[in-house]
Design a protein around this ligand. Structure first.
Ligand code: ATP
Length: 211
C-alpha cells in the first residue's frame, strides 16, 4: 500500500484539494479531523488534555476547541505538549483507516494533515507528498473571510507553522492555489489521474478499485 501525504499551511486549500480528489474516487483520510474527533469522543484523550492544560480550556466539562486553539497557537510549549498527547492516537486511527481502505481493495490512500514535514523531513511512512502552496496574504484573506478569524489570529496561526515553502524539497507534487478554484480543481484532476495510474501499477494490471 502507498500512503501519500497531503499538506500545506493553514488556509492554503488542503481540504479543498481533498474534496476534489474524493470526487475523482481517491480515498482521502483527514488526520486533522481525526484529531478533533479524538478530543470530543475519546475519554482518555479528553482527560489527558484537561490534566495538561486545566479546566480553563473546557466548557461544560467538554474541551472547547476555540479555547484550546487560542492557548496552543500563542504558546509553543503548550503546542508540543498537545501534539505529544494527540499524535500517537491520531497515527493509530489513521493506520486503522488505511487498513480498512486496503481491505476494500485500495492500494493508494491520501492522508491530509497540516503537520506533515514540520521538521523539514518527510515522515518515513509516506510514499509520496502533495503540497498545496498559497501566498500568505491570500491565506490571511481567506481565513478572515471564511473562518471568521481576526487578521491577527490568522497571522499568529500561520506563524506557528513551519513555512510551507520549506517543504517544497520534500514534495512530489506541488499544487499552487493563489488563483481561481477552477485552476486548483484542474491541478487536482491531473493529480488524481496520476494517483489512479499509480494504484494500477501497485495493484497490478486490472487491480481492484471500488469507484
Ligand atoms: P486548514 O488548515 O484550516 O484545514 P485548509 O488548508 O484545509 O485549511 P481549505 O479549508 O481548503 O484550507 O481552504 C480555506 C478556505 O479558502 C476555504 O473556505 C476554501 O473554500 C477557500 N478557498 C480555497 N481555495 C480557494 C480559492 N482558490 N479561491 C477562493 N477560495 C478558496
Amino acid at each position: 500500500m502507498r500512503i501519500i501525504g497531503l499538506t500545506g499551511g493553514i488556509g492554503s486549500g488542503k481540504s479543498t484539494v481533498a474534496q476534489f480528489l474524493r470526487e475523482k474516487g481517491i480515498p482521502v483520510i483527514d488526520a486533522d479531523k481525526t484529531g478533533h474527533e479524538l478530543l470530543t469522543d475519546n475519554e482518555l484523550i479528553r482527560r489527558a488534555v484537561v490534566e495538561a492544560f486545566g479546566t480553563e480550556i473546557t466548557v461544560n466539562g467538554g474541551i472547547s476547541r476555540d479555547k484550546l486553539a487560542a492557548l496552543i497557537f500563542s504558546d509553543e510549549s503548550a503546542r508540543y505538549r498537545l501534539n505529544g498527547i494527540l499524535h500517537p492516537a491520531i497515527i493509530q486511527q489513521v493506520t486503522l483507516r488505511c487498513a480498512e481502505e486496503f481491505q476494500r481493495g485500495r492500494s493508494v490512500v491520501v492522508v491530509e494533515a497540516a503537520l506533515i514535514g514540520e521538521e523539514e523531513q518527510r515522515e518515513p511512512w509516506l510514499s509520496g507528498l502533495i503540497l498545496v502552496l498559497t501566498a500568505t496574504e491570500e491565506r490571511v484573506k481567506r481565513l478572515v473571510r471564511d473562518r471568521n478569524m481576526k487578521e491577527s489570529e490568522a497571522r499568529e496561526r500561520i506563524a506557528s507553522q513551519t513555512s510551507p515553502e520549506k517543504k517544497i524539497p520534500l514534495a512530489d507534487w506541488v499544487l499552487y492555489n493563489d488563483g481561481y478554484l477552477e485552476s486548483l480543481k484542474n491541478q487536482a484532476a491531473a493529480l488524481a489521474k496520476e494517483l489512479i495510474r499509480l494504484e494500477e501499477d501497485v495493484s497490478g494490471a486490472g487491480g481492484k478499485r471500488d469507484s
